[in-house]
Design a protein around this ligand. Structure first.
Ligand SMILES: [Zn+2]
Length: 419
């Protein structure tokens, strides 16, 4: 079982032998079907997208408009397709991406970006002449209205018992049991941006924002929880996509006082480096801040989440409590800037404001930190190294503790106590 799971594309000849073994009655059970290839080509009347699999699989197809996308949700798979060289534009498919994604019973998602509206025909074909299973999606031209009004497809259950039950991510990592704590713990939620099929900012040297911020978030948590007064939850603790609204819900569910979203940017100019700190505002403090918020808010779009998500979040804005948490968020941002200044390079006017969807929780003090620029070699080197990470963690803890230690700080009392 383990052996099969670890087969890579290079050893496909071995896979062939195993499949033959299977055919002659030696059961080679694989826990997760392997996706060995993804192919597509253009016909006169349709574009065909094919996923090659070693076994049957549960799947579901969704179509989305504005922009046009087709989403393939899969049960747990072992993805063995090399990610380079296969994503060139074919027919109506402009681009496609893949990644882990927790959604109902599905754990994996492929999103196709389409040039226009389509209707789809989907087949799961059994092996023919020793071939592998093929999930075939044919895309034919359609109209925008037809695509919008199409009822959602019922999930197709095919697997025997290879599908893992829906796995909720455990946010409450066990951690150390605090021994001497006066009063309730102060809850901090750290949100590593992006994840799964949304890599965030990327560089030519294959540094992904989603990986960089996850490692740093874990370091911040570890360091802050050395203080038994604090309890830290991460919105994700592995490489998986979490929709923006859910990130906020995690903070609220855990009654977080502080919510810190971690990001790193990449831009054309390689010379620019340094940290910046963002709080929520309906009116952006600069053109750059507005553009950055728009970029970060695209996360749900990248992962093929329906467009209504951030609209819902926008409605929360009307809450009165928002004003109070916005004032405290700015104050917390100033504590962060002061503390990080001793360790890191900070951009001019480091406190900026814009309409970041992930900061729109009405009752949580929320700040988004852009840790630096992956496009700058010095920042990229620092952000992926251990010693800088540890220094950043120390500065983060200093900021949180000194903010919460102010007289009348809203940390333990919660925002209800604020006047
Ligand atoms: Zn980001």
């Amino acid at each position: 079982m383990y052996f099969l799971r670890c087969i890579s594309k290079r050893y496909s000849i071995w896979l062939g032998i195993l499949l033959v073994a299977k055919a002659v009655g030696i059961t080679a059970v694989c826990a997760e079907p392997i996706v060995s290839n993804v192919r597509m080509w253009e016909h006169p009347d349709k574009t065909r997208f094919v996923v090659d699999l070693t076994d049957k699989i549960d799947f579901e197809i969704e179509t989305l408009t504005n922009p046009y996308r087709l989403v393939i949700n899969l049960a747990t798979v072992n993805w063995q397709v090399s990610s380079t060289g296969v994503r060139k534009k074919t027919g109506v498919v402009q681009n496609w991406r893949n990644g882990h994604f927790d959604y109902k019973n599905f754990n994996y998602r492929i999103v196709l970006d389409l040039s226009g509206p389509v209707k789809e025909k989907v087949m799961l074909l059994a092996p023919a002449q020793g071939n592998r299973y093929r999930l075939v999606v044919d895309l034919m031209p359609s109209t925008s209205r037809a695509m919008r009004s199409k009822p959602a497809m019922e999930p197709i259950r095919n697997q025997r018992n290879t599908s893992r039950p829906f796995k909720t991510i455990k946010f409450a990592a066990p951690g150390r049991k605090p021994e001497f704590v006066d009063g309730p713990q102060i809850v901090v939620v750290i949100d590593p941006g992006h994840g799964g099929m949304d890599p965030g900012a990327t560089t030519n040297s294959r540094i992904y924002e989603k990986h960089v911020v996850l490692v740093i978030a874990k370091a911040f948590k570890r360091r802050l929880e050395l203080n038994p007064k604090y309890k830290v939850y991460l919105t994700r603790n592995k490489d998986i996509y979490i929709r923006l609204r859910r990130r906020i819900a995690i903070a609220r569910k855990n009654k977080a006082v502080l919510f810190v979203s971690l990001h790193a940017d990449a831009i054309k100019s390689k010379n620019i480096r340094g940290m910046s700190f963002y709080t929520l505002s309906e009116k952006a403090s600069s053109k750059e801040a507005a553009a950055l918020a728009e970029k970060e808010n695209r996360s749900d779009l990248v992962a093929g989440v329906k467009g209504t998500e951030s609209d819902d979040v926008t409605k929360i804005l009307i809450d009165l409590a928002q004003n109070r948490s916005m004032g405290e968020s700015s104050k917390f941002a100033r504590y962060l800037i002061k503390s990080f200044r001793s360790t890191a390079k900070i951009l001019p006017n480091p406190h900026r404001q814009a309409g970041f969807a992930v900061l729109k929780s009405p009752d949580t003090i929320s700040v988004l930190i852009e840790l630096g620029f992956l496009s700058n070699p010095a920042d990229a080197r620092a952000l992926t190294g251990k010693s800088y990470r540890e220094r950043l963690s120390e500065a983060f803890v200093d900021a949180v503790v000194s903010y919460c230690n102010q007289p009348n700080a809203p940390c333990s009392a919660g925002l209800e106590e604020l006047n």
